[in-house]
Design a protein around this ligand. Sequence first.
Ligand code: SF4
Ligand code: SF4
Length: 197
Amino acid sequence: MPIDPRHVKVLKADDIIREHADTQAWWKRLYLPAVVMGLGVTLGNMIRNLLKPGGLPTIRYPEERRDYGHRFRGRHYLKKRPSGEPRCVACMMCATACPADCIYIVAGEHPDPAIEKYPVRFDIDGLRCIMCGYCVDACPEDAIAMTREYEWASYEREDFIWDKEYLLNWRDEKIVEDGYQPYEGEIDKSRMSRGTL
Ligand code: SF4
Ligand code: SF4
Protein backbone atom coordinates (compact mmCIF):
# COMPACT_ATOMS: atom_id res chain seq x y z
CA MET A 1 0.00 0.00 0.00
CA PRO A 2 1.49 3.42 -0.91
CA ILE A 3 2.42 5.71 1.99
CA ASP A 4 0.60 9.01 2.17
CA PRO A 5 3.27 11.63 2.93
CA ARG A 6 0.66 13.75 4.76
CA HIS A 7 0.54 11.11 7.48
CA VAL A 8 4.29 10.78 7.85
CA LYS A 9 5.61 12.51 10.97
CA VAL A 10 9.10 13.91 10.35
CA LEU A 11 11.09 14.06 13.56
CA LYS A 12 13.91 16.52 14.04
CA ALA A 13 17.14 15.45 15.76
CA ASP A 14 16.24 17.44 18.89
CA ASP A 15 12.85 15.69 19.10
CA ILE A 16 14.49 12.27 18.85
CA ILE A 17 17.00 13.11 21.60
CA ARG A 18 14.23 14.51 23.81
CA GLU A 19 11.94 11.50 23.26
CA HIS A 20 14.80 9.10 23.99
CA ALA A 21 15.82 11.01 27.13
CA ASP A 22 12.23 11.03 28.44
CA THR A 23 12.10 7.23 28.34
CA GLN A 24 15.29 6.87 30.46
CA ALA A 25 15.28 6.62 34.23
CA TRP A 26 16.61 9.69 36.04
CA TRP A 27 19.65 7.85 37.35
CA LYS A 28 20.57 6.81 33.83
CA ARG A 29 20.34 10.40 32.66
CA LEU A 30 23.05 11.31 35.19
CA TYR A 31 25.48 9.17 33.08
CA LEU A 32 27.39 8.33 36.25
CA PRO A 33 26.81 4.57 35.91
CA ALA A 34 28.17 4.70 32.34
CA VAL A 35 31.23 6.65 33.50
CA VAL A 36 31.86 4.13 36.32
CA MET A 37 31.44 1.22 33.91
CA GLY A 38 33.91 2.84 31.49
CA LEU A 39 36.46 3.30 34.28
CA GLY A 40 35.92 -0.34 35.22
CA VAL A 41 36.84 -1.44 31.70
CA THR A 42 39.99 0.72 31.81
CA LEU A 43 40.96 -0.61 35.25
CA GLY A 44 40.33 -4.20 34.17
CA ASN A 45 42.59 -3.78 31.12
CA MET A 46 45.29 -2.10 33.21
CA ILE A 47 45.34 -4.95 35.77
CA ARG A 48 45.34 -7.59 33.05
CA ASN A 49 48.27 -5.88 31.28
CA LEU A 50 50.22 -5.54 34.54
CA LEU A 51 49.75 -9.24 35.31
CA LYS A 52 50.53 -10.36 31.77
CA PRO A 53 52.81 -7.77 30.09
CA GLY A 54 53.88 -10.27 27.42
CA GLY A 55 50.52 -9.93 25.71
CA LEU A 56 50.87 -6.18 25.16
CA PRO A 57 51.05 -4.87 21.60
CA THR A 58 53.46 -2.15 22.77
CA ILE A 59 57.10 -2.56 23.84
CA ARG A 60 59.09 -0.96 26.67
CA TYR A 61 61.25 1.23 24.48
CA PRO A 62 64.15 2.01 24.83
CA GLU A 63 64.86 -1.04 27.01
CA GLU A 64 63.26 -3.18 24.33
CA ARG A 65 63.77 -2.66 20.59
CA ARG A 66 61.78 -3.88 17.68
CA ASP A 67 63.50 -6.27 15.34
CA TYR A 68 62.96 -4.61 11.98
CA GLY A 69 63.05 -6.58 8.74
CA HIS A 70 66.31 -6.99 6.86
CA ARG A 71 65.07 -4.55 4.19
CA PHE A 72 64.85 -1.69 6.69
CA ARG A 73 66.49 1.57 5.59
CA GLY A 74 67.28 4.39 7.98
CA ARG A 75 69.36 7.52 8.06
CA HIS A 76 71.92 8.05 5.30
CA TYR A 77 75.62 8.66 5.49
CA LEU A 78 78.17 9.85 2.97
CA LYS A 79 81.13 7.57 2.36
CA LYS A 80 84.66 8.93 2.60
CA ARG A 81 87.81 8.54 0.58
CA PRO A 82 90.94 7.49 2.51
CA SER A 83 91.79 11.19 2.66
CA GLY A 84 88.57 11.82 4.61
CA GLU A 85 86.94 13.72 1.76
CA PRO A 86 83.53 12.67 0.48
CA ARG A 87 83.51 10.12 -2.34
CA CYS A 88 80.64 12.09 -3.81
CA VAL A 89 81.46 13.81 -7.10
CA ALA A 90 78.39 16.06 -7.03
CA CYS A 91 76.90 14.50 -10.15
CA MET A 92 73.35 15.18 -8.90
CA MET A 93 72.14 11.68 -9.84
CA CYS A 94 70.78 11.08 -6.33
CA ALA A 95 69.03 14.45 -6.21
CA THR A 96 67.51 13.79 -9.63
CA ALA A 97 66.29 10.32 -8.63
CA CYS A 98 64.87 11.48 -5.29
CA PRO A 99 61.06 11.41 -5.50
CA ALA A 100 60.72 13.58 -2.40
CA ASP A 101 63.03 16.28 -3.77
CA CYS A 102 64.82 16.41 -0.43
CA ILE A 103 68.48 16.38 -1.52
CA TYR A 104 70.17 19.73 -2.09
CA ILE A 105 73.66 19.77 -3.61
CA VAL A 106 75.95 22.62 -4.56
CA ALA A 107 78.82 21.42 -6.76
CA GLY A 108 82.30 22.89 -6.76
CA GLU A 109 85.45 22.37 -8.81
CA HIS A 110 87.82 19.99 -7.06
CA PRO A 111 91.49 21.06 -7.01
CA ASP A 112 92.42 17.54 -8.18
CA PRO A 113 91.61 17.38 -11.93
CA ALA A 114 91.13 13.59 -11.59
CA ILE A 115 88.11 14.20 -9.38
CA GLU A 116 86.63 17.19 -11.17
CA LYS A 117 83.76 18.05 -8.80
CA TYR A 118 82.91 17.69 -5.15
CA PRO A 119 79.89 18.73 -3.08
CA VAL A 120 80.44 22.16 -1.56
CA ARG A 121 77.09 21.61 0.05
CA PHE A 122 75.13 18.38 0.45
CA ASP A 123 71.95 18.48 2.51
CA ILE A 124 69.24 15.92 3.03
CA ASP A 125 65.95 17.01 4.55
CA GLY A 126 65.23 14.06 6.82
CA LEU A 127 61.61 15.02 7.38
CA ARG A 128 60.82 15.01 3.68
CA CYS A 129 62.74 11.83 2.95
CA ILE A 130 60.59 8.75 2.48
CA MET A 131 63.51 6.33 2.94
CA CYS A 132 62.99 4.80 -0.48
CA GLY A 133 66.70 4.26 -1.15
CA TYR A 134 66.56 5.54 -4.73
CA CYS A 135 69.44 7.92 -4.02
CA VAL A 136 71.64 4.98 -3.02
CA ASP A 137 70.69 3.02 -6.12
CA ALA A 138 71.26 6.01 -8.38
CA CYS A 139 74.75 6.86 -7.12
CA PRO A 140 77.41 5.86 -9.67
CA GLU A 141 80.20 6.31 -7.14
CA ASP A 142 78.88 4.24 -4.22
CA ALA A 143 79.20 7.46 -2.26
CA ILE A 144 75.96 7.47 -0.31
CA ALA A 145 74.44 4.67 1.74
CA MET A 146 71.68 4.17 4.24
CA THR A 147 71.88 2.59 7.67
CA ARG A 148 69.58 0.88 10.14
CA GLU A 149 69.52 4.02 12.28
CA TYR A 150 66.03 5.20 13.22
CA GLU A 151 66.58 7.06 16.48
CA TRP A 152 66.56 10.66 15.33
CA ALA A 153 63.69 12.25 17.21
CA SER A 154 64.09 15.93 17.98
CA TYR A 155 62.06 18.95 18.99
CA GLU A 156 63.85 21.18 16.48
CA ARG A 157 63.08 21.24 12.75
CA GLU A 158 66.69 22.17 12.00
CA ASP A 159 67.96 18.90 13.48
CA PHE A 160 66.45 17.04 10.55
CA ILE A 161 68.49 18.91 7.96
CA TRP A 162 71.52 16.64 7.65
CA ASP A 163 74.34 18.60 6.07
CA LYS A 164 77.53 17.33 4.49
CA GLU A 165 79.64 17.37 7.64
CA TYR A 166 76.95 15.56 9.57
CA LEU A 167 76.37 12.95 6.87
CA LEU A 168 80.10 12.32 6.63
CA ASN A 169 80.80 12.05 10.33
CA TRP A 170 77.80 11.00 12.40
CA ARG A 171 78.68 7.33 12.04
CA ASP A 172 82.06 7.95 13.69
CA GLU A 173 80.18 8.44 16.95
CA LYS A 174 77.67 5.64 16.66
CA ILE A 175 78.18 2.14 15.31
CA VAL A 176 75.23 1.32 13.08
CA GLU A 177 74.87 -1.40 10.50
CA ASP A 178 74.27 -0.52 6.87
CA GLY A 179 70.66 -0.58 5.73
CA TYR A 180 69.23 -2.64 2.92
CA GLN A 181 70.75 -1.99 -0.48
CA PRO A 182 69.21 -3.99 -3.31
CA TYR A 183 72.34 -4.01 -5.45
CA GLU A 184 74.92 -4.37 -2.71
CA GLY A 185 77.65 -6.73 -3.81
CA GLU A 186 76.55 -6.49 -7.43
CA ILE A 187 78.16 -3.10 -8.03
CA ASP A 188 81.43 -3.39 -9.88
CA LYS A 189 83.45 -0.72 -8.12
CA SER A 190 86.35 -1.10 -10.52
CA ARG A 191 84.11 0.43 -13.19
CA MET A 192 83.53 3.52 -11.09
CA SER A 193 85.49 6.49 -12.26
CA ARG A 194 86.64 7.97 -8.97
CA GLY A 195 85.10 5.82 -6.23
CA THR A 196 88.33 4.13 -5.21
CA LEU A 197 90.44 7.28 -4.99
S1 SF4 B 1 65.85 7.76 0.45
FE1 SF4 B 1 64.47 8.39 -1.24
S2 SF4 B 1 63.41 10.17 -0.47
FE2 SF4 B 1 65.17 9.86 0.89
S3 SF4 B 1 66.80 11.14 0.06
FE3 SF4 B 1 67.03 9.11 -0.87
S4 SF4 B 1 65.88 9.20 -2.79
FE4 SF4 B 1 65.21 10.93 -1.53
S1 SF4 C 1 74.73 10.31 -6.90
FE1 SF4 C 1 76.45 9.86 -5.57
S2 SF4 C 1 78.17 10.96 -6.48
FE2 SF4 C 1 76.32 11.77 -7.40
S3 SF4 C 1 75.79 13.56 -6.15
FE3 SF4 C 1 74.67 11.84 -5.28
S4 SF4 C 1 76.02 10.98 -3.68
FE4 SF4 C 1 77.26 12.32 -4.98
